[in-house]
Design a protein. Sequence first.
Length: 353
Amino acid sequence: MITTDILIIGAGPTGLFTVFEAGLLKLKCHIIDALPQPGGQLAELYPKKPIYDIPGYPEVLAGELVDNLMDQIKPFEPGFTLGERAENIEKLEDGSFIVTTNEGTKHHAKVVAIAGGLGSFEPRKPPIKNISKFENKGVSYMVKNPESYRNKDVVIAGGGDSALDWSIFLADVASNVTLVHRRNEFRGALESVDKVKELKDAGKIKLITPAEIVDIHGNGHLDSVLIRKNNNPDEDFELHTDHFIPLFGLSPKLGPIADWGLEIEKNAIKVDNTLDYQTNIPGIYAIGDVNTYPGKLKLILCGFHEATLMCQSAYQRIHPDKRYVMKYTTVGGVTGFDGSKKEAPKAVVKAID
């Protein structure tokens, strides 16, 4: 069983920043996320999309913001359970919680912070009648381990950043990569579109547009896909493949969290914003886009603010006999759990003194 002070559900920007604020209070964090990598929507849906409302950054790419947040929390050594969904929660007699994932991984924490953005993400599946029969048998909706595609034939469907980025990445891993998109134009970053076309011209990616996968075949494991060009059944043809990866984005849902006894309003978790963003269950907080309260704004910077206040409340819950005296990082610096410290500049300290 994994034991921690604060269990964070959701590895998006709000969840990641919670690790930093908790670390300043010497509280240990562990994060659960259904996606195979940290970053939430920023990493999975639009890593190259510019964001303009992060203080101190006139413009920052979504993926770059995730990288910076990961660097910021590194001194506090958070744990991660990735590619698993928080499924069940049990409140113990001492007020702590055990959260179990869909894979059976158990986590014990004194405080639970739900920072799941818009909820857990479920893949948008293509309308292929027998696709569920081949899930985990050649059909995957996200890339968890790129090495599993080493020297294999791979077909990717989609026209966004994920489809483009994974086509580019797997071009150096798989034997053959075929990208199928129903339009000639792509929705992803222009740089990625240009790179895919460059790899196509070099013979490292096969690009089929406008086209879509209309059927899949195999005996116990995927063996081939049926591709329809120009929306014309007369142009159908079969293509052998070991793996089919439809990347049509993710649909946000509260998922199992909706059954935890929390007060829900319009697919969001109601919290008390007058103090600490706690839910109707003491010890469970909800921060970021997953929560709702009067005047709520679904902005990343609002999630950062909510995480900060939540951590102060969590400290008092975990250490009811202690009084925390807040110190500005410009004065005290940042000390990691490994003893490393970023000192505050002496000139700044002198000026404040």
